[in-house]
Design a protein around this ligand. Structure first.
Ligand code: ATP
Length: 229
């Protein structure tokens, strides 16, 4: 039985100044579903994430949460409604300690330390002095303690060591089990496909194909990245 769609980009057109990037993007995510958004550099994946999170306005189309039109909601209002963006480890305050960072999101950081012991060991260290992997885990820790409804992850494993990449994907797998709707942009197609339920290929600001992961094979991947799909 399929859950109803929780989060949706409907025919979204968006871009920067006089450059249109998204040219009618259709994307939907259900609770407990991971949708991997794949495509070559410059296809518009990060732009789609920015629109989804409320960091970039649309020129046309709508963003829907639970069927409700949230297109005009700024990022902080969407975050309060449970739509969170986890960008490449940039979500931390570098000058605050690990503990102070966690306290900006959580009343009590203890459950986060329980889940991520390596953060506990670094609790007094300024976040800016952490490794990229530790920063990424710090960004994701609050989501584990208080799962959002929708998590948008833009290149969450960029530049991270393999061990941390595995940990990041374990977090996603757990959030999916807990019913979070996950939109995942990831250059590492193998890792993304391993956790994805559904895949959407993007090219030149449009979704060129979407379907279950089981229908994605090497040919389809190659075609998507080469732009012949
Ligand atoms: P990548 O994997 O390289 O990040 P992407 O699929 O995420 O690729 P986007 O980052 O969304 O693609 O970029 C799509 C297009 O929008 C590119 O041509 C890029 O140059 C342009 N672009 C992205 N951010 C901005 C910005 N802040 N201002 C102007 N143009 C931008």
């Amino acid at each position: 039985r399929e859950e109803p769609v929780l989060f949706r980009l409907e025919n979204v057109v968006a871009g920067y100044a006089d450059c249109t990037v998204l040219r009618g993007v259709e994307l939907s995510v259900r609770p407990g579903e991971v949708v991997a958004l794949l495509g070559a550099n410059g296809a518009g994946k990060s732009t789609a994430c920015a629109v989804a999170a409320g960091d970039l306005p649309v020129a046309a189309g709508r963003v829907l949460l639970d069927g409700r039109d949230v297109t005009a909601w700024p990022a902080h209002r969407r975050a309060r409604a449970g739509v969170l963006l986890a960008p490449e480890g940039r979500g931390v305050f570098p000058g605050l300690t690990v503990d102070e960072n966690l306290r900006t999101w959580l009343d009590d950081p203890a459950p986060a330390y329980e889940r991520m012991p390596q953060l506990a060991a670094r609790r007094g260290v300024p976040a800016g002095a952490l490794s990229g992997g530790e920063q990424q885990l710090l960004t994701l820790a609050p989501a584990l303690v208080r799962p959002p409804r929708v998590l948008i992850a833009d290149e969450p494993s960029l530049g991270l060591a393999p061990l941390v990449v595995r940990q990041v994907f374990e977090v996603f797998a757990e959030l999916r089990e807990r019913g979070v709707a996950l939109l995942l942009v990831e250059e590492k197609a193998t890792e993304a496909l391993a956790v994805a339920d559904r895949v959407a290929f993007m090219r030149l600001g449009r979704i060129t194909w979407t379907g279950p992961r089981s229908e994605v094979d090497a040919d389809r991947l190659t075609a998507a990245y080469l732009g012949v799909s």
